[in-house]
Design a protein around this ligand. Structure first.
Ligand SMILES: [Zn+2]
Length: 499
């Protein structure tokens, strides 16, 4: 029977019977003997107390970090006794399982090949994704005592626990095929729970053949196919960052933001930095919502010049730029570099999501979800629960509020502008499909060692009054958000609402 090593009694403690025979009292030898005994007893008591204290300390304070450290040592040493458990969705779809042949040889199998590659991960040649993060659970067994005794008697291995994920296989497949041959990522989540419904990263790999492909995968640094771009890819956010710049403006003008007015002439120059609207468009006279839904760069560059850099930075950091996200998923920190001494040009580029700002797709999905959820950020998670091989729940994860970031008024205004974007603005292709969308496109220009291009972004949620789904899509070198990321999002939303 497998036992939790942290709950086991400390080994090596023998409870010795100490002779305290009262008859021996009185004689000098007896006193000496008693004194030695009581010293020994006290030493024993103190040592025992220290040991107990240590056990309590480990259980209370160090259990989590020990558990993590134990992942690759204790858990892997369990492989002599435990068959690595399945990873499944809530409806029972198997994403990873261990096949055992008649000679008891084991093969880890991934029925969806590349579709869940990064999120589920691999368990040979090292470990990644859920295979790494949930290694301890997959290699532990809470199967019934009867099953464990039977396994022990027959010399067979006992079945490891299952990890049940919140991912939806159909939505994942839609997102995977919708991204097509683009490099990039898709994250789909529930704004009011933080549950991840789909997470795709490309280029990808087939975890079934990772052993054969390994040398190619690690030597091809240009495509970095092993990297989970959804959680670890750092991209310029482009105009999707205008959601945050808008909040900066709302906080600077809580009473009169609706008086904002800007006449876009297609370009704005300050010092040696010239900001133009995408495709040399001239947007003319706009209010704040119009500038947002047209994704007008000159309007937002002007807002960037006006905002107090430190307050702008505070807002970005409230949204967890330069911080870890509240999740157990492995991920990169997004970057926001503007400081109080940053020059005008940097203020302008930062306000339109260019400059030095970098963000992960998971983070953009979380920011979008927070706006959709009335300003409350939920902790993102994709493990619904751990269960034994006979289906008994061992550990259940529940939605958890991380923090309130916007007031309902602030999230309401930004949602309204996003709704306008998806009705008549740059994401208008999402209107008239039977569901209502609020969103923001981005066309993020990059210059990497002289190589330039434009990444296509879309972030949004649906339905507008009652959001159940939030999406972040990035297609590398996909051009404008409207041309590539929006049609990808539409396919995902169609599947979400119509199956
Ligand atoms: Zn403009």
């Amino acid at each position: 029977m497998k036992r939790d090593p942290l709950m086991d009694e400390p080994e090596g403690i023998e409870v010795r019977k100490i002779d305290l025979d009262p008859k021996k009292e009185g004689s000098p030898a007896g006193r000496k003997h008693n004194m030695e005994l009581s010293i020994a007893a006290w030493i024993f008591v103190v040592l025992f107390a220290l040991l107990i204290g240590r056990v309590v300390f480990i259980n209370v304070f160090e259990a989590e970090s020990l558990r993590n450290n134990l992942n690759n040592t204790k858990a892997d040493s369990n492989s002599e006794n435990v068959i690595r458990g399945d990873i499944r969705t809530l409806d029972g779809t198997v994403l990873a399982t261990t096949l055992v042949d008649e000679n008891a040889n084991q093969t880890r199998s991934y029925p969806f090949d590349n579709v869940f590659a990064h999120v589920v991960g691999y368990a040979s040649n090292g470990k990644s994704g859920l295979e790494a993060e949930e290694n301890y659970s997959l290699m532990s067994s809470h199967s019934s005592l009867l099953q464990q005794i039977r396994a022990q008697e027959s010399g067979e291995k006992v079945q490891g626990d299952r990890v049940i994920v919140t991912l939806d296989a159909k939505l994942q497949q839609t997102a995977y095929y919708a991204l097509g041959s683009y490099s990039g990522a898709v994250v789909v989540m529930e704004p009011d729970t933080g549950r991840i419904l789909a997470m795709v990263s490309k280029p990808d790999f087939n975890p079934n053949t990772i052993g054969i492909e390994w040398e190619n995968l690690v030597s091809d640094s240009s495509s970095s196919a092993l990297l989970n771009r959804a959680t670890q890819g750092l991209y310029p956010p482009g105009s999707t960052f205008k959601m945050i710049t808008t909040l900066g403006y709302l906080r600077a003008h809580p009473k009169d933001y609706s008086d904002f007015s800007w006449n876009c002439e297609g370009a704005l120059t300050e010092g040696d930095v010239r900001i133009t609207c995408y495709g040399d468009q001239v947007h003319g006279l706009e209010d704040l919502g119009g500038a947002f839904s047209n994704s007008c760069n000159t309007a937002f560059a002007r807002i960037g010049l006006e905002l107090d850099n430190e307050k702008f930075r505070d807002i970005a950091q409230e949204f967890l730029f330069n911080h870890s996200l509240p999740t157990s998923m492995q991920h990169s920190q997004s970057v926001f570099r503007l400081t109080k001494d940053s020059p005008d040009g940097e203020q302008m580029t930062t306000a339109i999501g260019q400059g030095d700002t970098l963000v992960t797709p998971l983070h953009m999905a979380l920011i979008t979800s927070t706006i959709a959820n009335g300003g409350i950020m939920m902790r993102p998670y994709y493990v619904d629960h751990i269960e034994s091989s006979d289906g008994t729940v061992v550990k259940q994860n529940e939605p958890e509020i991380y923090r309130k970031i916007l007031t309902p008024d602030e999230s309401g205004v930004i949602s309204e502008y996003m709704k306008r974007t998806a009705e008549t603005g740059t994401a208008a292709a999402l209107s008239g499909n039977g569901y209502t969308v609020a969103g923001k496109t981005g066309s993020a220009e990059y210059d990497r060692d002289g190589v330039t291009g434009t990444h296509s972004w879309f972030c949004g949620f649906a339905q507008t009054g009652d959001p159940h789904v939030a999406i972040a899509v990035i297609a590398e070198d996909g051009g404008t958000g409207s041309s590539t990321a929006v049609p990808i999002a539409k396919q995902i939303l169609d599947t979400f609402f119509y199956g």
